[in-house]
Ligand binder design. Structure first.
Ligand code: SF4
Length: 248
């Protein structure tokens, strides 16, 4: 059994993308090599000695590393508190970055009796190709260079080519700020149009954190949305909903 580092486990409302509004149980893995300026989970950048297990009205600290079967046991126990079974609720494996611990992430997914969503930055295409088939859905963040110094286009493109060729149910999310450029939007649209015009694209105005730039204006969002629709892409604007609901 593989062991790995978690950051937290909790049950909440999925606040992004195609499953918006559905109940998900979240398993946030610890460790992320990126430093997105809009990151709302900086604690997850480093592997912690303990992870947070959030219950209905309490939080326990549990030692890392933890085995994949024990993770599934914690997740199952958490859902039982809500009178839900594991088979009824989608598990979101999020980060941090799951591709930093690929065997551990894949084993958790293989042990979960319900559907599993991989939320990833798509920053390691080799790891992605190893484990993507273990997931029912993939949500890949396409990172723009105006929001991070690292250039990840080649990794994103490699991940998406693999996901489409393997017919993995995939969505692309692009976080946007007032500094996003039309060039950045068009680079992503050009790639998706050539790969698969059916790939769902979520344009997500960033949720402000202290050091991040401002979100885009509604006029910017409408313009970028219009360009995608003119190109017959499956694109929509969807902000994060969990901060509005004050959910975790
Ligand atoms: S990839 Fe996710 S966890 Fe890592 S820095 Fe960016 S937003 Fe934060």
């Amino acid at each position: 059994m593989f062991t790995g580092h978690l950051d937290e486990i909790f049950f909440s409302i999925q606040g992004e993308g195609r499953d918006l509004g559905r109940p998900h149980v979240f398993c946030r893995l610890g460790g992320c090599p990126l430093r997105c300026v809009y990151c709302d989970t900086p604690r997850s950048w480093k592997e912690q000695k303990q992870f947070e297990l959030h219950g209905c009205d309490n939080t326990q600290l549990v030692d890392n590393p933890v085995s994949a079967d024990k993770v599934v046991e914690y997740l199952t126990q958490l859902l039982a508190v809500y009178d839900l079974s594991a088979a009824q609720v989608c598990l979101s494996l999020t980060g941090g970055e799951a591709l930093q611990q690929p065997e551990f992430a894949a084993q958790i997914a293989s042990l979960w009796p319900g559907s599993v969503l991989l939320e990833t930055s798509g920053s390691d295409a080799d790891a992605f190709k190893e484990i993507a088939h273990q997931f029912d859905m993939v949500s890949l963040d396409w990172k723009t260079r105006s929001l991070m110094s690292k250039q990840l286009f080649a990794q994103h493109q490699d991940c998406l080519r693999h996901a489409v060729s393997e017919q993995i149910n995939t969505q692309l999310k692009m976080v946007l700020s007032c500094d996003t450029t039309e060039l950045e939007i068009n680079e992503m649209y050009d790639f998706v149009a050539a790969l698969s015009a059916k790939l769902p694209i979520f344009l997500q105005p960033l949720t402000k954190v202290p050091k991040s730039p401002a979100p885009p204006t509604s006029a910017q969002m409408l313009k970028w949305l219009t360009i995608g629709v003119q190109r017959n892409l499956d694109v929509r604007v969807v902000p994060q909903v969990h901060p509005i609901l004050e959910a975790r």
